[in-house]
Structures are given as C-alpha cells and as structure tokens.
Ligand binder design. Sequence first.
Ligand code: LHQ
Length: 259
Amino acid sequence: MVDGLRVEVDGAVATLTLDRPEALNALTVPVKVALRETLEGIAADRSVRVVILTGAGRAFCAGQDLAEREGPDAAPLETELRERFNPIIRAVRSMGQPVIAAVNGVAAGAGASLAFACDLRVAAAEARFVLAFGRIGLIPDSGATWFLPRLIGASRAAELALVGDPVAADEALRIGLVHRVVPGDALGSEARALADRLAASAPVALAMTKAALEHAWEMDLEASLSEEARLQGVAGRSADHAEGLTAFREKRPPRFTGE
Ligand code: LHQ
C-alpha cells in the first residue's frame, strides 16, 4: 500500500482513509492509482460488505494535488481525468458494496466529486464542500456536473458549480447533499454504526438496489420497472432471500451470507 492511502479491514467493513493531512489529502498519482486498485480489489472481495471512505486530519480531500501539476511529468488534464480520476468514480459507482463517505472536513474540487459519487454521505459539523475548480480556471469534473443536479436539483447545482461558494455542513444537510451531520468526534462511530447496519443486510440485495438506483437515473418509468423486475429476479434467486423468508417465519434476525 502506498503512503497517502490507509486501508483497514475490520470484519466486513473496509475503511479507506486518504492520508496526506499536510496537503489536506490532495490526490497524487500514486494515491489515485492505489485508490482505484483498492476499490477494484474490494469489488471482487465478497468478504467486504461495506466501504467507508474518509480523510485523515482536518480535511476529507482537497482534490487534485496542485503541487504535482507543476512537475515536469504532469499528464495533460484530459488524460489525467480519463486515466486516473474517472476510473475511481466508476469503481465507486459500479461496485456492489455500498460506499459511505464520512466527510470529516473540507472536500474540494475532485475531492468533493469523490464524496458526491459515494452512495451515502455522513458529514462532520466542520465539513464543507468547495467547488474549487472555477478559482483555478477549470470546470467541475470527476462526475461533479453529473452528480450535483441529480443530488440537489438543477438550480442549486448551477449555483454551486458556477458561483462556487463553499457549502457548510448544515447547508449541505438542508439541500440534501449529505444525509446526516454529526459532531466531528462522533463521525467515526456514526459512520461505523451505519456500515455495520449495512453489513448485516443481504449483500446481493444491496448490490441490486445500488444497480437499480443507478439505472433509474437514466431511464424512464417503463424501463425502470423492467430493470427492477430483472434485478429482483437476481435477488430472489439468492440464498439470502430464502434465509430472509425463513428468519421471518422463525421470528429471528436473518443471517445473510452473500450467497
Ligand atoms: C494543497 C491542496 C491541493 C496541494 C490544499 N494540492 N496542496 C483534475 C485533473 C487534473 C488536474 C486538475 O484538477 C483536477 C480536478 C481538481 O481537483 S481541480 C481542484 C483542485 N483543488 C483545489 O483547487 C483546492 C485547493 N485548495 C483550497 O482551495 C484550499 O486549500 C481549501 C479550500 C481546500 C482549504 O482551505 P484552508 O482550510 O484555508 O487550507 P489551506 O489553503 O491553508 O491549505 C492547507 C495546506 O494544504 C496548504 O499547504 P501549506 O504548506 O501552506 O500548509 C495548502 O497548500 C495545501 N493544499 N489544497 N489541492
């Protein structure tokens, strides 16, 4: 594992911590590569049922490491996005396991996009979102223009993307950018409690739910009904569905295995 990304697996929960606090966890090439590879590895690892993504120190992630861009080896922006950032966003969206962003502090630029890409966002009261792109003459990227209107509506998305004022945690909660705000010292336990609840759910059903939500963003009702039926067929054939029914009959909590 590289410096700058800490990976801890505890039971069925993997916690990925962006860990360059001196640079507000800004993303360098090695960290981006490691994050992508870690996410892809977890996607294929059925023992991990939930992922928590967070940052060390006072930031979640300040986006692209701007110092690295000044080096002689910096790839063109388009290449950097296509080859390094976009695959991370795709990995988060396509993996079957839910990904919780535990937004511990400032999330800026592609760091904000990364939080938007996650399935759930719990934020510390100190967190804030900064669409920092405009200030350096760039556009919101890494999925930001796709996620924002879907998460908070076209009007607020345009304000955030074009004006770029920081969004404090309480405002983020009000507009639906995050679904919970907790005191900073409770963020870890809150995210873990949520992860544990998800880890006790049926993994196939979670993966199919994630897939159905993803498809619904693109489809009309008719196509969505059809896709739900198809994915329900998959969930319905799982051993966990049978276990869920048995547990219901026996009036006990289900023990899901992911089969
Ligand atoms: C940083 C960074 C940083 C390096 C703070 N890099 N050191 C994709 C494709 C390819 C290229 C371009 O980009 C992209 C996508 C993007 O992500 S573009 C957006 C890149 N990110 C930014 O523009 C954010 C830059 N940072 C900031 O605006 C501020 O630092 C924020 C608002 C995040 C936090 O402000 P403060 O709380 O006031 O902290 P600070 O500015 O004092 O930063 C603390 C340290 O972290 C400081 O270092 P120093 O040695 O002076 O203590 C910063 O230089 C360093 N840092 N962001 N992205």
